[in-house]
Design a protein around this ligand. Structure first.
Ligand code: ADP
Ligand code: MN
Ligand code: MN
Ligand code: MN
Length: 344
């Protein structure tokens, strides 16, 4: 028997952006625990905007678990929040809104900024660096600074150790801005892994005195930048069994008609302040338009060349979700819209 450190991770009730919360419990197991071995747990929902003080208990239900290589016998336990009966999803539980579909695949491209002392990492104190241009996929101290690379490298290793399907990383267009990609099969898997990968990055930043800025346009508004800097997205690449195996131009056009019809419902869950980012500039479409195009990074949905070449089969990229969007809500909305389209 060994004592395992189980880190239960969940989303709180703050709006429009939920925060990640976590706490540790120690339990003894003969070997690395499986999901089914992990008990439900609880927390004080009155401290997380999920309950009133008089009846404050919320229930944590483990939904995915991963090894944590940074801790001896560490386990990362992604949880969703349930009502005290343990059966009813809490109103803040966005995971519960995702339709079941084992054949759905998602790939999320998470962009974010490193922030230190109130500014993006690598920005000179009280000022601005050279305009963007050399930073995207850049190399060298003047382009990426001196700790960002160390943090992203460690993040890769911790994610891979955990068995998270991290597919890559790159430095992004703005200074201090980076991206990582997560892929998963099944309607909830990529989103579960995304939340744990976000958690690991935020936790890693603590050691460096660096925060992860998930907001989609941190260099506008509060920061008052003189030049326009890129915002951060969380492009959602998606496919279903039908899209991959049958597809066809007719089905694709019906899909796009459904996405156009449900445009407002999509934008509603694609992250706060998205009007600051979806301007029609910086490889985005305006927030009030729905368009699609082959290899078109200025459209709402980009159709990869591979999709057309395969006879309208494969995956599509929804470029509208922003970096702060909840991947549970994004995956759920995309699937709900796809389900309105008949597949016969
Ligand atoms: P880009 O930056 O050119 O938009 P990336 O390479 O960063 O593209 O991301 C592409 C994403 O598409 C990856 O996250 C990948 O996992 C995902 N993806 C690839 N094939 C599929 C598929 N069949 N279904 C869903 N997602 C997919
Ligand atoms: Mn990308
Ligand atoms: Mn990118
Ligand atoms: Mn993309």
């Amino acid at each position: 028997m060994a004592k395992y450190k189980l880190e239960y991770i969940w989303l709180d009730g703050y709006t429009p952006l939920a925060n990640m919360r976590s706490k540790t419990q120690i339990k003894e197991f003969a070997s690395f625990p499986k999901l089914a071995d992990l008990p439900f747990w609880g927390f004080d929902g009155s401290s997380t905007k999920q309950a009133e003080g008089r009846s404050s208990d919320c229930v944590l239900r483990p939904v995915a678990c991963f090894p944590d290589s940074t801790r001896k016998n560490g386990v990362l336990v992604m949880c969703d929040v349930m009502m005290p009966d343990g059966k009813t999803p809490h109103p803040s539980n966005t995971r519960a809104t995702i339709p079941d579909d084992d054949g759905a695949w998602f790939g999320f491209e998470q962009e974010y900024f490193f922030f230190k002392d109130g500014a993006p990492l690598g920005f000179p104190r009280g000022g601005f660096p050279e305009p963007q241009g050399p930073y995207y996929t850049g190399v060298g101290y003047k382009n990426v600074g001196c700790i960002a690379r160390e943090i992203v490298e460690k993040h890769i290793d911790i994610c891979l150790d955990a068995g998270i399907n991290l597919e890559g990383i790159n430095a992004e267009v703005a200074k201090g801005q980076w991206e990582f990609q997560i892929f998963g099969k099944g309607s909830r898997s990529a989103a579960d892994q995304m939340w744990v990968a976000r958690y690991l990055l935020a936790r890693l930043g603590e050691t460096y005195g660096v925060d992860i800025e998930w907001e989609c346009k941190p260099l506008r508004g509060a920061f008052n930048a003189p030049l326009d800097w890129n915002g951060s997205g969380m492009h959602a690449n998606f496919s279903t069994t039908h899209m991959r195996e049958k597809g066809g131009k007719e089905h694709f056009e019906k899909l796009m008609a459904a996405f156009s019809k449900h445009m407002d419902e999509h934008i509603a869950v694609y992250g706060p302040d998205n009007h600051l980012r979806l301007t029609g500039l910086h490889e985005t479409q305006s927030i009030d338009k729905f368009t699609y195009g082959i290899a078109d990074r200025g459209s709402s949905i980009r159709i990869p060349h591979s999709f057309v070449n395969a006879g309208y089969k494969g995956y599509l990229e929804d470029r509208r979700p922003n970096s702060a969007a909840d991947p549970y809500l994004v995956a759920g909305r995309i699937l709900k819209t796809i389900l309105t389209v008949p597949t016969t």
